[in-house]
Each structure stands twice: as C-alpha cells, then as structure tokens.
Ligand binder design. Structure first.
Ligand SMILES: O=C(O)c1ccccc1NCC(=O)[C@H](O)[C@H](O)COP(=O)(O)O
Length: 251
C-alpha cells in the first residue's frame, strides 16, 4: 500500500537526517489567514509537482512563479509539498517561496519524527500538516503541542469518522482538515466532507482537502460548512490561477 511505502521511505530518510540552518524569513499566521479569509471560504493553494495518484502534474516549473500567481489570485495561504521521493517537492522550494511571497505557508509532508517539526520551523514554514492515519493519537497530540511551542500552526488531517473521533478523544485542533482522498485507495469523494461536517467542533477551522476541481465543488463544500479548501492539482493545471480562483468564487 502506497501510504505504508511513503512512511517506510520517510523512516529510511530520517536515518540520514541533518538539521538545516535557520532561514531568515518573515512569519505569517496560517491560523489567522484562514480565520479571516479574503473570500467566503479560505483558500490554501498548493504547489504540487507530482503525486502518487496522478504522477507528474506539472513539468519543469518555477515554484516561485506559481506561488506568486496564487498570491495574485487571492489565495489566503500556500501549501508547499516538501517530500522529494513521491511528490518531487523540497525544503529548499518552501524556503524560496517564503523568501519572496507574503503569505503563510504550510509544509506539506509526512511528519513522523519530532525532528521534522524543528526542521519545518528552520526552513521557514508557518504551519505543518499532521496526518492522523500515520501517527498514534498520543504522538499526534505531542507533535501538535511541540509545534505550538515553536510557533507553528498545525493542520490536523483526518479521513473517516473513526480517525476523527480518535483525534477528538485527545484534543480539539484549531485547524481540522478532512481529506476527501482516501490515502490507501486514492478514491476521492467530496461526500467525505459532507459526512464528517456535523462532527467537526465549532471551535475548529474546518478545511476540505483534495479533489476540488471546479466552482460546483467550492459551492458544495461551502454548503457542507467548510471554512476553507486546500487545492493542489486543479490550480497547478489551470492556465492562469489568477482567473480560475475569482471564477470559482463568482456569485
Ligand atoms: O495526492 C496524492 O496522490 C496523495 C497520495 C498519498 C498521500 C497524499 C496525497 N496527497 C496529499 C494531499 O493532501 C493533496 O496534495 C492535497 O490535499 C491537494 O489535493 P488535490 O487538490 O486533489 O491535488
């Protein structure tokens, strides 16, 4: 199963781990950006070169140009994939984006080791992703608290009611993401957002992640009660995100 492979690779990579030097970048609050979005829903626009489910999404591009186009499109925050093996991302890419774009950036990776939390801070991330399906609930809570101490926000990602309950048995995250993609089968359905919506605590910012491709999807997850969306592939494939995003939010 691909998720097990990704985690196994990550564990292997951690054997050669070297903590990077601190990068000089300005921090922005990921949480505040989503709490007071530019539009009716917060938009986290993702810089995503490739993925296990789709292969190469965009060949040979400037991450900086993409990130700037997202900013000009009115995105509230950016997501930058840093996993190299499966997503063709990198930590350097995140730092480069942070140096030139005035938006909060979440590091999108598979955090399985607490050293990656400090690494995220050092490369300039404002937030990290914590995936419930790859962490024991107590470890997830501990990583969440460690990230907070370092001033990093966390997007806690769940898929399915059981995962959500396991997280909520421990704590109520400030930002809760429902991944519409089942990371074990790659099946994507916005029904996931609808199914879990009523179980999301009112105090959490509710992010609908993955599989959002058109205005109808934005309208649907909005009706479900999502506060924000995380969009990768559709914006990476868009001719011009500066046109696409406003079209998605036109009334
Ligand atoms: O996108 C994948 O194929 C994938 C496979 C295994 C683990 C994670 C994966 N994606 C990470 C993400 O969370 C998405 O990049 C993000 O939600 C955006 O999704 P999309 O808009 O569908 O590109």
């Amino acid at each position: 199963m691909i998720l097990d492979d990704i985690v196994a690779t990550k564990k292997q990579e951690m054997k050669q781990f070297a903590m990077p030097l601190e990068s000089e970048v300005k921090g922005y609050s990921f949480f505040e950006a989503l709490r007071e979005p530019h539009r009716s829903l917060g938009v986290i626009a993702e810089v995503k070169a490739a993925s296990p489910s789709k292969g190469v999404i965009k060949e040979q591009f400037s991450a900086l140009d993409v990130a700037r186009s997202y900013q000009e499109a009115g995105a509230d925050a950016l997501s930058v994939l840093t996993d190299e093996s499966y997503f063709k991302g990198s930590c350097q890419r995140l730092t480069e984006v942070k140096k030139h774009v005035n938006l909060p950036v979440i590091r999108k990776d598979f955090i399985i080791d607490e050293r990656q939390i400090e690494e995220s801070k050092r490369i300039g991330a404002d937030a990290i992703l914590l995936i419930a399906s790859i962490l024991e609930p107590k470890t997830l809570k501990s990583f969440y608290e460690q990230a907070k101490i370092l001033g990093l926000d966390c997007l806690v990602e769940v898929h399915g009611y059981d995962e959500l309950q396991k997280v909520l048995d421990q704590f109520e995250p400030d930002i809760l993401g429902v991944n519409n993609r089942d990371l074990k089968t790659f099946t994507t359905s916005l029904q996931e957002t609808e199914n879990l919506a009523r179980h999301i605590p009112k105090s959490s910012i509710f992010v609908s992640e993955s599989g959002i491709h058109e205005k109808a999807d934005i309208d649907f997850v909005s009706r479900c009660g999502a506060n924000a969306v995380l969009v990768g592939e559709a914006l990476m494939r868009a001719d011009d995100p500066r046109k696409t995003l406003p079209e998605w939010f036109a009334s």
